[in-house]
Design a protein around this ligand. Structure first.
Ligand SMILES: Nc1nc2c(ncn2[C@@H]2O[C@H](COP(=O)(O)OP(=O)(O)OP(=O)(O)O)[C@@H](O)[C@H]2O)c(=O)[nH]1
Length: 522
């Protein structure tokens, strides 16, 4: 049996669903791939940044250890100490190191302090220890262009700062001790005596944005001072953006304040740190986050990408698949629309607009399948041709509109009482054809009469009912429908002749027991 358009369209559905499933699978695979790529780049950024910061942290450690060792060992005074000179105000002193014939200085930095000269022996001992840091200061500055300053700040009111400050009037003052590098190092803020990393700040000397790594130096329970290095963030910026990936990586401190970000940002912008130190995708407010701590949680590397960007990227990567699926869906939708439009048009073409019954085209179109069904089921095809009696008079007396109304009503009642395989056709002006498939021919007369009675429920004025006359035939084997209709038409003519309001039939006598259905005389 050939497939109908509708069946074909329905059969196409699983294929479309499969294509959709494949598209969704590819999309999910792309999404996972993107996440994995981003995570991989993020991890390598984390490793690079952490290694760099660990290196710096080791240098701060070394400064701290060297100073403490020298303080404890109290070695002989360094020759540089001889260059210490008081300033004119008698309140301050400075030690800048002598220069040799080539102009090279004994020290890489300058010590400035407050108080009387000569220094008290304890201060002199600490200063001698601090000057020993020069063996570290010089190489640290030489090998790390990102480090702007290295220095030791003493609780005994002096500071050894390298390289030498460019301003002649730079001098240690107590106000320095109010800055975070000192305050955060104090026991009340840092009981574990750990290294600390400051928030981001703008360098007073105009050297970009900076952070400071510091470590307090304790002798027993007394804080001697703090060793520090100031770090420009340019290299951190490059490390945290190494490798290409989607989204943005940023470095924040333990309070979530930004330390490094690619674009411009406010110094006080703050982020919420992830709940867990395990890097995992954490999605909140439409943004995917990755977070991983470093330096014992003092810094965090974060990565964020908006969910919509991630999904869009995944869609783009499977763009061709989605384009094809989209196209297929579009075509499928268009095919269904066309199918319904065609079905509607076919129905309109085969329907009588006034009565909504079939017209002749509709009848011939459908009759073939009923004939086939009749042959298959060995049923009986019965044809009833009916005509409204004196319809002209209805029109003439009550007007054409009432005549139309009568036709509509008669059709409506017939359609209502028809069974699924019955065909009700408007054959001519006020003429209706009914084709019925019956299991037994003997019931034909009563079924036909019932149909006639239904049609007669049509009213044309208050309580005024129409009557119909009909010709009823059994379609003979090998007879065409047109031949049968011609026979029915002749019987209808007889019914009119015999006084109307009846059916004349050529069925066997037993079937015409209904008083309104009479067997044909001829
Ligand atoms: N209102 C209306 N009248 C129609 C329509 N089609 C045909 N007619 C009218 O139906 C009438 C049929 O008249 P006749 O063929 O003389 O038949 P009759 O008056 O019913 O008389 P008998 O058939 O002999 O009982 C004509 O007046 C047609 O104009 C229609 O669509 N609407």
């Amino acid at each position: 049996m050939p497939l109908t358009t509708r069946t074909r369209l329905i059969l196409m559905l699983p294929a479309l669903l499969l294509a959709l499933g494949l598209g969704a699978y590819r999309y999910q695979a792309n999404l996972n791939g993107l996440r994995a790529d981003i995570a991989q780049t993020f991890h390598s950024r984390h490793e690079l940044t952490q290694n760099y910061l660990t290196l710096l942290s080791t240098q701060v450690d070394a400064m701290q250890q060297l100073l403490l060792q020298r303080y404890r060992d109290d070695p002989p005074p360094l020759p540089a100490l001889r260059a210490l000179r008081p300033l004119a105000d008698g309140q301050r002193w400075v030690l800048s190191g002598r220069e040799d014939e080539q102009g090279a200085s004994e020290l890489s930095g300058t010590v400035t302090g407050l108080g009387d000269v000569p220094l008290a022996s304890a201060v002199r001992r600490e200063l001698n220890a601090a000057l020993g840091l020069d063996v570290l200061f010089a190489p640290i500055l030489r090998h790390n262009p990102q480090i702007s300053w290295v220095y030791y700040t003493s609780a005994s009111d002096f500071m050894y700062l390298a390289p030498k400050p460019p301003l002649d009037d730079f001098h240690y003052e107590r106000a320095f001790l109010l800055k975070p590098f000192w305050q955060d190092a104090l026991a009340e803020h840092n009981p574990q005596r750990r290294q600390i990393i400051s928030s981001l700040y703008e360098d007073a000397g105009g050297k970009d944005l900076m952070i400071t790594l510091s470590a307090p130096v304790y002798e027993q329970n007394r804080m001697l001072g703090v060793v520090s290095l100031d770090l420009g963030i340019e290299l951190l910026r490059r490390l945290t953006s190494s490798g290409a990936t989607h989204g943005e990586t940023l470095l924040v401190d333990e309070h979530g304040k930004i330390v490094v970000r690619q674009g411009t940002f406010g110094l006080h912008e703050q982020y919420t740190l992830p709940p867990s130190a395990q890097p995992s995708w954490d999605s909140s407010a439409g943004v995917h986050w990755l977070g991983k701590p470093m330096l014992g949680g003092q810094l965090w590397l974060l990565h964020h990408i908006s969910e919509s960007q991630l999904h869009w990227l995944a869609v783009q990567q499977s763009g061709s698949t989605w384009l094809l699926i989209g196209l297929a869906l579009l075509l499928y939708g268009v095919a269904w629309r066309l199918f319904f439009a065609l079905r509607r048009m076919t129905r309109l073409m085969q329907t009588d607009p006034l009565t909504k019954t079939l017209n002749r085209r509709g009848f011939y179109n459908k009759a073939a399948s009923i004939q086939a069904l009749s042959t298959r089921q060995q049923g009986h095809l019965v044809l009833l041709l009916m005509d409204i009696d004196h319809f002209k008079a209805v029109n003439d007396t009550h007007g054409h509109a009432v005549g139309d109304q009568v036709l509509r009503q008669a059709a409506h009642y017939m359609l209502k009482s028809a069974r699924p395989f019955d065909l009700i056709v408007r054959w001519g002006g006020e003429e209706f054809l009914v084709l019925m498939l019956l299991d037994d021919a003997e019931s034909a007369a009563s079924v036909a009469e019932r149909m006639r009675q239904q049609a007669q429920r049509a009213r044309f004025a208050e309580r005024q009912q129409v009557t119909l006359s009909g010709g009823l035939v059994l379609v003979k084997e090998g007879e065409s429908l047109d031949q049968a209709i011609r026979r029915a038409d002749q019987l209808l003519y007889q019914a009119k002749q015999q006084g109307r309001n009846r059916i004349v039939s050529d069925l066997p006598t037993r079937a015409t027991s209904d008083p309104q259905v009479q067997a044909s005389a001829g």
